[in-house]
Structures are given as structure tokens and as C-alpha cells.
Design a binder for this molecule. Structure first.
Ligand code: SF4
Length: 91
């Protein structure tokens, strides 16, 4: 499940990150194929990004990924490279 993958990915327990991760209850990706959000190198991100467009917690997800410096996967509709670019622009 994507939710478990993401909770594991941050390396913290659910209780530790409960507040930070509250938005995940509404994550649209939790109802879809998790592999679409963690494509192999060079794989398509189109399907994941399409799902993110309609996700209510897109902004929270993106902010979380930026804050946690998530290295892998699609978060808030952006790939790792796109998040890096965004961070560079913001600094
Ligand atoms: S924005 Fe995308 S990756 Fe983030 S919770 Fe929503 S569907 Fe999942």
C-alpha cells in the first residue's frame, strides 16, 4: 500500500508523525497502484501525476516531501527532479 510505503519511507512511527501525516488519510494514491508513484528509473510518471491533479491534499503532500527532502517517487504531482528544481528556485 502506498500509505505504508510512505510511512516507512520517512523512517518514523505513525505516532511520531501523526500530525505531519494527517493529510495522508485523504491521499488519492492510497486507492491506486503504488508502483505508479515509484516508477523505475526512466519509467513513466504520467499516470501518477494524473492522479495527483485530482488529489485534495496535493499541496500538503508536496510541502511534506519538500520538508522531508524525499528523494524518490512522485509527491504532490512532482518528481524528485521537479521538487529539486522548485527548492532551488525558492532559495
Ligand atoms: S498529491 Fe499525489 S502523491 Fe500526494 S497524496 Fe495526492 S495522490 Fe498521493
Amino acid at each position: 500500500m502506498i500509505e505504508l510505503t510512505r510511512l516507512t519511507a520517512v523512517g518514523g512511527g505513525v505516532s511520531e508523525d501523526e500530525g505531519l501525516l494527517a493529510w495522508q488519510d485523504q491521499a488519492l494514491c492510497a486507492q491506486t497502484d503504488p508502483e505508479a508513484f515509484f516508477p523505475e528509473k526512466g519509467g513513466s510518471t504520467r499516470e501518477a501525476k494524473r492522479i495527483c491533479v485530482g488529489c485534495e491534499v496535493k499541496q500538503d503532500c508536496l510541502e511534506y516531501a519538500l520538508m522531508q527532502d524525499e528523494r524518490f517517487g512522485i509527491w504532490g504531482g512532482l518528481s524528485e527532479r521537479e521538487r529539486r528544481r522548485l527548492k532551488r528556485k525558492a532559495s
